[in-house]
Design a protein around this ligand. Structure first.
Ligand SMILES: [Zn+2]
Ligand SMILES: [Zn+2]
Length: 383
């Protein structure tokens, strides 16, 4: 039997946004007669307040993979029912965050107790990277996502330490967009290491004005939470302004030739190119341009998710001759999540959020598909 908070009655049906006909004719419909699920022993039922809408949901709409009809993986809400196990019941009544990582094979993951990861866990989990678990389940993919009133979540993997000063609509984009950029930033930091003083370290962020990008700029920029000079690449006045507000030192509009973009980056970086290029955008052109913007011994960090059969256009000879590193990132660890929440509570990282309704999800995903969302759109879940 699941435990619930006595004063909050849990309905048997609920409202959710569903993707129908994934592919070219996909639509998102709102239905109000869907069953409310019951949490299993290690699970909780979360009454959601807000859910961010991630650019990666385009994949579900386009049928670039098999997804649950209910997507969304940036949910904030309150635990109203819990399974019988202690980790679940301990969360009753608490505000929690639901992320892309629904569960991993290392069941100690949620507490950050990496040292005690069971020996049967996969090697990524044993190293403390449950976000790279080989046997992970994902919210909105194998299990229903957060664009619904009541979502079941695994109590061992929800985020439990959202500072009380952070409103839920501000916390939501941190759960995927922010966390992913923490993961990307960690890769850049590890690669760049320490550099001689008085030498600028340059990071190009491609797709800088979007949901992930603007948080990535804030995390990287020496004018905000980071230590780098940031060159933001995106398109249009709104994204230029968003990138500069986020702390970018320079902005380059991608509405010009690769030659021109390369020349601008080289001019800004003493002729060598940036130390790191983070490709946040899922646009194929962004991946094509990236290798031309990085200096010798530099790192390319891929974050964006283009269609599955698109290959990274970087020649093996170029990688060898210029000693390039190419690495990818998929969200981040719970430790990075905690660090990010502290940065947000301290005002060093602030998501730019626009709140919309559940009925607008179709339009929101269309806007994401045409790359016309500046900052993050967050949906208010009906009460
Ligand atoms: Zn996401
Ligand atoms: Zn694992």
């Amino acid at each position: 039997m699941a435990n619930s908070i006595p004063e909050i009655p849990i309905p048997t049906t609920q409202t959710a946004a569903l993707i129908e006909n994934p592919g070219p004719d996909a639509t998102v419909v709102v239905r109000d007669n869907l069953p409310v699920a019951t949490p299993g022993p290690n699970e909780v039922l979360v009454k959601l307040e807000y859910s961010g809408v991630c650019g990666s949901e385009i994949r579900a709409l386009n049928a670039w993979g098999v997804y649950n009809p209910i997507v969304g993986h940036e949910g904030v809400g309150t635990v109203v029912q819990a399974g019988k196990n202690k980790t679940a019941t301990a969360l009753l009544g608490q505000r929690v965050g639901i992320k892309w990582l629904y569960s991993a094979c290392d069941e100690t993951g949620s507490e950050g107790e990496v040292a005690t990861a069971s020996s049967s866990a996969c090697s990524a989990c044993r190293r403390g990277f449950a976000n790279n678990c080989a046997r992970q389940l994902n919210t909105g993919k194998q299990v229903p996502g957060t664009l619904q009133q009541y979502a079941v979540a695994d109590a061992r993997f929800v985020t439990t330490n959202i500072p009380s000063t952070l409103p839920s609509e501000i916390a939501a984009p941190l759960l995927c967009a922010g966390l992913t950029m923490m993961g990307a930033q960690a890769k850049v930091d590890a690669h760049v290491g320490s550099l001689p003083k008085n030498e600028d370290t340059w990071v190009v962020i491609s797709g800088a004005g979007g949901g992930l990008g603007h948080l990535g700029v804030q995390l990287a920029s020496s004018q905000k939470a980071g230590r780098y000079k940031v060159i933001a690449i995106d398109h249009g006045e709104a994204k230029r302004q968003q990138s500069l507000d986020a702390g970018a030192h320079f902005f380059i509009d991608y509405g010009q030739s690769d030659d021109e973009i390369e020349k601008k980056v080289k001019d800004l970086t003493g002729g060598e190119g940036a130390h790191a290029v983070i490709v946040v955008s899922g646009a194929q052109a962004a991946f094509r341009t990236a290798p031309r913007l990085v200096r010798n011994m530099g790192v390319l960090v891929t974050v964006g998710l283009p269609v599955a059969d698109f290959m990274l256009p970087v020649s093996a000879a170029l990688c060898s001759a210029r000693s390039l590193t190419v690495t990818g990132v998929s969200v981040g660890t719970e430790e990075q999540m905690s660090e990010l929440l502290q940065l947000a509570a301290a005002g060093k990282v602030t998501p730019a959020v626009e709140v919309r309704t559940l009925h607008e999800v179709h339009d929101v995903i269309e806007q994401l598909r045409t790359d016309s969302v500046t900052g993050r759109i967050v949906v208010k879940i009906p009460e």
